[in-house]
Design a protein around this ligand. Structure first.
Ligand code: NI
Length: 191
């Protein structure tokens, strides 16, 4: 088990466009080890996802998992998913305002608009191609992680800076209303 250091906002690697991984490179011990390290680091930090550039490696690899996550207890479960070279397509114009945080942005949350219905094409760690529809908060998590691979942070998408909060003040003043709204949304869209 190798938990890697997570780089934080201000590190230039978070602002680079990560590069594609070929199927041959994906099969190498170095990239397979990178994937294991991403999973271990995501678990250790209770992240819902982590992108390779968040541990300083500018490759288009991200891992996603939501399993009774204490940082985001209202998120529907997502099985452990290794996502390589993802491409997202928005299926319609429906948007939802989601309160997000990020392992690379310590102690800050803010509201961003995310597409509700997306299609994502990616390779898993074995190089198998996937073509899946994601909805709701799960779609939001995929968009957040894929943004990382394009050098983009949730900070860039916050249109109302008055929604920025520390985690402590989110808990004190905003959590209840957000969770009520987003729970109703999850009930409606199903994920
Ligand atoms: Ni993030």
């Amino acid at each position: 088990m190798t938990v890697r250091e997570i780089v934080t906002v201000g590190h230039p690697v978070l602002r680079e466009r990560a590069r594609e991984v070929s199927v041959e490179e994906l099969a190498t011990p170095a990239v397979q080890q990178l994937i294991d390290d991403l999973i271990d680091t995501m678990h250790a930090a209770n992240g819902a996802g982590i992108a390779a550039n968040q541990i300083g490696v500018p490759l288009r690899v991200t891992t996603i998992e939501v399993n009774h996550n204490p940082r985001y207890p209202y998120k529907p479960q997502i099985p452990l998913t290794v996502v390589v070279n993802p491409e997202i397509e928005f299926l319609d114009d429906e948007l939802v305002e989601i309160n997000e945080g990020c392992l690379s942005v310590p102690n800050l949350r803010g509201n961003v608009m995310r597409h509700v219905n997306i299609r994502v094409r990616y390779l898993d760690r074995d190089g198998v191609a996937h073509d899946e529809v994601k909805r709701g908060l799960t779609a939001g998590t995929f968009q957040h992680e894929c943004d990382h691979l394009d050098g983009r942070l949730f900070l860039d998408r916050v249109t109302d800076p008055t929604t920025f909060t520390t985690w402590e003040q989110f808990e004190r003043f905003h959590r209840e209303a957000f969770v009520a709204r987003i729970t109703e949304f999850v009930r409606r869209v199903g994920s």
